[in-house]
Design a protein around this ligand. Sequence first.
Ligand SMILES: Cc1ncc(COP(=O)(O)O)c(C=O)c1O
Length: 768
Amino acid sequence: MKITKHQWPVLIVSGEFNFPTDEGFRLSELVEELKGEQELSVIPSFTYEDAAEIVRSRADIGTVVVDWNLPEEDESEKSTAIDLISIIRGRNKKVPILLLADRLDTEDIPVEVLQKIDGYLWKTADTIEFLAGRIEMHLDKYVKTIAPGFFGMLVKYAQEYKYAWHTPGHMGGEGFLRSPAGVAFHMFFGENTLRSDLSISVPELGSLLDHSGVVGDAEKNSARVFGADYTYYILNGTSNVNQVIWRSQLVRDDIAFVDRNCHKSLNYAMVITDAIPIYMIPRRNMRGIIGPVRLSEFSPESIQDKINKSSLVSKDRKNETPKMSALTNSTYDGVCYNVIQIKKQLVRSVENLHFDEAWYAYARFHPIYKNHFGMSDDDLNKDHPPIFCSHSTHKLLTALSQASMLHIRNGSEVKIDPDMFNESYMMHGSTSPQYSMIASLDVATKMMDDDGEIMMNDTIIEAIHFRKKMITILKDLRKVNKDDWFFGMWQPHKVEIDGKFENFEDVPAEILAKTQNAWVMSADNPWHGFIDIEDNYAMLDPIKLTITTPGINDEGEMADEGIPASLVTNYLIDKGIVCEKTDYYSFLMLHSLGTTRGKQGTLFAELFKFKELYDRNAPLVEVFPEMVAANPVQYGNVGLKEHANDVHRYYKEYKILDSMQEGFQVIPDQAMKPSEAYHEVVRKNVEYVELDHMMGRTPAVMMVPYPPGIPIMMGGEMMNEKARPIFEYLKLRQDFENAYPGYESDIHGVERDERNGKKYFKTLCIKQ
Ligand SMILES: Cc1ncc(COP(=O)(O)O)c(C=O)c1O
């Protein structure tokens, strides 16, 4: 299928459709002409309000024709036409707007309208063919500007139906048609996907590895839009972005200052660069939610202290500056750092700054995030080292899976040399890039460039509506029964608006979406539970929705009854609703450009159904049939409420949250670098050791329990007395899994042995 003007409908807004007047007849003729001769599609709209709704909900409108004079014209109608034109322009700077008017009207049309439209169509003076021709001309011109450079060239190339004599071997899809499985694949993915799957030897599309031609232009355009000096497209995810960045700046025994709360790709970056990590420790609140690293951790004294204490940094290198600091922004629970404050602290104490913003590529496009993202340029202090940012464009923007971006901003003194940097880029790149992925990055860039703020505003406002709705549901339930319960939100209860504290739910969403201060955490309003939070240092991202379950309050006190979050998320998964992350008493749902009201409504409906099942203590078999079938003796005769409270009481009795807190505050002694531990894996100088026998041993691989998804031990760290809280926490997890079969949760780096119906954790350790 080609991209043509015929797919972009013309929206005509007029009250005169079907009117038995001369103007009404001419309008019908115009529609017929557009549909017939021009083969365009037309959407009629009778009121300005309807048209505004269409423009809000559809981005495929190719031209809008707005009648200036609705028949029952009065002053208020006129101002609605002006409103409609502002709404259209507010959402789309380029779509042609043509005003359908009488020549006599021109004097009435205010300048603010003239500045926003692309032309007039005289209602009665011109021929129908001429009017239709004008509309078609504007539409055609506009449609030609829609595809950004690389994507446009890819489409053009794919439409030329060339005979390919190069890879990929399916040659534009033909190869698939030679065997039924291939035919099915071709049917499903379609001609365009396969025609645009091309080889790197197509010169028209430039070279990704050299950043030349149209693909190089696309990267440069992304750099402009995302505020970088250089942007690189990376086609195997942000995992790889992180490794390209590190490989470009660190070599053996360089010191890296790393967030302990980092993604495992950064831990692997330590392995491949052979670097020595020293760690920033994130704080957590009493609910177990991971908060920001303390600002004091970034002070030169604190960094020096960590270097002094590191057994891996040799005496003669204690004065070395870390080559890289790597911080996860935002955190997994949507806490975003004020990057300006961090830059100020780190400007002299590290050589490069790396912000891993895998989940946060949109921040630049909405003022609510001002100063809280790596490529922020509002900072008046331009004195900073080179800054690197990793973006999973595919996660919360609109690229295809694995399509990510790597952004670089030069330091005030130290500049990044693109040729040198490209060595690392090529080391991690394939010589057979996927062109649709590149096109998706090009398109994601143009979407954010054209409409980023409006799309983000819509997303933020929808997320705020969700947040407010959650509170009002509980309030309404309690009007009927003051002891009733519902899920909560981890968010401010009160916000300061114009110097006055108001209930969060009473403030209009549009105001909350404009007021950064409402989201900034402060010690004076400690809803977040980080009681020592620094001023103006971290904010909650409105679109990351942490839903809380009953059982623990903000102070960490555990109630007699409660609902562990994993029960809720397992239930939701069964209903086709997949959440991003599950903690003990909270779970995270993400809002993104793709979230719709329908999706929200379905989630509310399922939360209510869960509540109903819980309140009537529905038989567990009704809720989790598979779990009950696998463990009929233990779960066959219990109800959901009983079961939830059983698990909750287990957590309470064994203080699992406290144990997690303690385990994650320890940075164990390092016997060797993570890379050396891995070398032992390669040499097969490792063996599985069961947790019960692990005291005194050194794991060769990292152990990452979910929740919370942070390494509790890195390869090469010692399980000794200092690490006892880690040992105790892992033991608790093992005991819990044995007490409650069916609750096996993921712990990367940990396998399970089973004997006599009991599970034993085991991990690869260095041989003694
Ligand atoms: C903070 C962070 N960085 C990097 C990554 C890796 O991203 P990708 O899945 O694009 O490889 C993730 C993935 O979840 C992540 O959470």
